[in-house]
Design a protein around this ligand. Structure first.
Ligand SMILES: Nc1ncnc2c1ncn2[C@@H]1O[C@H](COP(=O)(O)OP(=O)(O)O)[C@@H](O)[C@H]1O
Ligand SMILES: [Mg+2]
Length: 367
């Protein structure tokens, strides 16, 4: 990082599930970084379409207050007040799209707002093109070593630490499947967790686990296929109606599952909330949820879903709704979720008749 520049930009590039967000979070929360940068801002937005909304979000993050609709000049002035001449670190996590003109205009605006030296923007992205717009020097995040993948797999799969002999003999196949991706190792470990020997043998013998470019997608799909109940599968695909990077509150999520009729009490678990808690724990065990927040009693309160896992939930939901041969009766006439993506100023204009059966409505603003 160049200390003499007003603003330096660092892109971290690599495929999904490689650990970019984790690395950026480590940096963001590092003690020295906290000391060095008086102001730290974390944003996760797929594209930089309009600079004003980016500036607005930075301001909201700094002031922890919603910005009512205001002109760009007012936002810039408020940002100047909020930042002063304090050094800042801005993380843009998972930026998918940006054009060169907007990017440079954004930087110029920031340089005009705060002229002290040593400010930094860290961008994580899967796109080399985005990375090359952000800076000429891109940091390509390397894959994990086989040993590291194996260690993540073991930790997730065999929580008590005892690894069966038979698994040791297929270590090579497992690390090959992981392709150096911690997400793959973690989900594969979750899939093997609490399984009998004949079950994981069947998984290993199946055709889905062949190492390829798409390994991560196959592993995620396999993990979904092995979820132990069709109701749990519905609960999983329900995540798709929320925006990416959404922080879920466990209790609220369980209430929503209940309202949707996904939770069926049984003799063993007669209380619906307990069924919901069990499902939630299973999704965590399968590593389909992550970034858990705990309360002081070590109970999970919040969590997130990785964007690749969220993509899978979306694919499952779509395939259930739009498969004309679907045998589960969920045809279009019975659509219960309705979501759309639109710039926030156009959401009011969207009107969709004939969806009276829908129970959940999720506008996903793209600006
Ligand atoms: N070095 C690591 N060791 C163990 N697990 C990791 C490591 N890096 C990332 N992970 C885990 O892998 C998953 C994917 O990481 P993430 O940072 O979200 O990837 P990306 O942002 O590149 O898609 C997360 O569940 C994260 O906890
Ligand atoms: Mg990420």
């Amino acid at each position: 990082m160049r200390k003499d520049a007003v603003l330096c930009t660092i892109p971290i590039v690599g495929m999904g599930g490689l650990g970019k967000t984790t690395l950026a979070k480590r940096i963001f929360n590092d003690q020295h970084i906290e000391k060095h940068f008086e102001k730290r801002i974390w944003l996760c937005l797929p594209e930089m379409s309009e600079i004003k909304s980016f500036l607005e979000l930075i301001l909201e993050s700094l002031t922890e207050r919603k910005v009512e609709v205001q002109s760009r000049d007012i936002i810039v002035k408020k940002l100047r007040d909020a930042l002063g001449e304090k050094q800042y670190l801005l993380v843009l996590d998972d930026l998918w799209r940006v054009d060169s003109t907007s990017w440079h205009e954004f930087l110029d605006t920031l340089r005009g707002i705060n002229t002290s030296r040593g400010n930094c923007i860290l961008v994580t992205t899967r796109s080399k093109q985005v990375a090359s717009i952000v800076a000429a020097d891109l940091h390509k995040l390397g894959k994990l070593t086989d040993d590291h993948c194996w260690s993540i797999f073991k930790q997730r799969a065999f929580v008590d630490g005892e690894v069966p002999e038979e698994i040791l003999s297929v270590e090579n196949k497992i690390v090959e499947m992981c392709q150096g991706l911690p997400l793959a190792a973690s989900v594969l470990g979750g899939l093997f967790c609490n399984k009998e020997k004949h079950e994981w043998q069947a998984i290993l013998d199946g055709s889905s686990l062949v190492a390829s470019e798409d390994s991560i997608k196959n592993i995620l799909k396999l993990s979904y296929d092995y979820l132990p109940s069709p109701h749990l599968k519905k609960c999983f695909s329900y995540f798709a109606i929320f925006p990416k990077d959404f922080q879920f509150e466990k209790d609220q999520l369980i209430q929503l599952w209940m309202a949707e009729g996904f939770l069926r009490p049984c003799q063993e678990t007669p209380v619906m909330e307990d069924v919901g808690n069990k499902f939630f724990q299973l999704l965590l065990q399968y590593s389909l949820l992550q970034d858990v927040n705990l309360d002081k009693y070590n109970n999970t309160t919040h969590c997130k879903m990785h964007d690749l896992v969220h993509d899978l939930a979306g694919d499952i939901l779509k395939s259930r709704l739009f498969d004309p041969k679907g045998d589960n009766g969920e045809k279009l006439s019975q659509v219960r979720y309705f979501g759309w993506e639109s710039p926030s100023d156009q959401i009011d204009k969207i009107y969709e008749p004939g969806r009276q059966a829908s129970r959940s409505c999720q506008p996903q603003s793209s600006s």
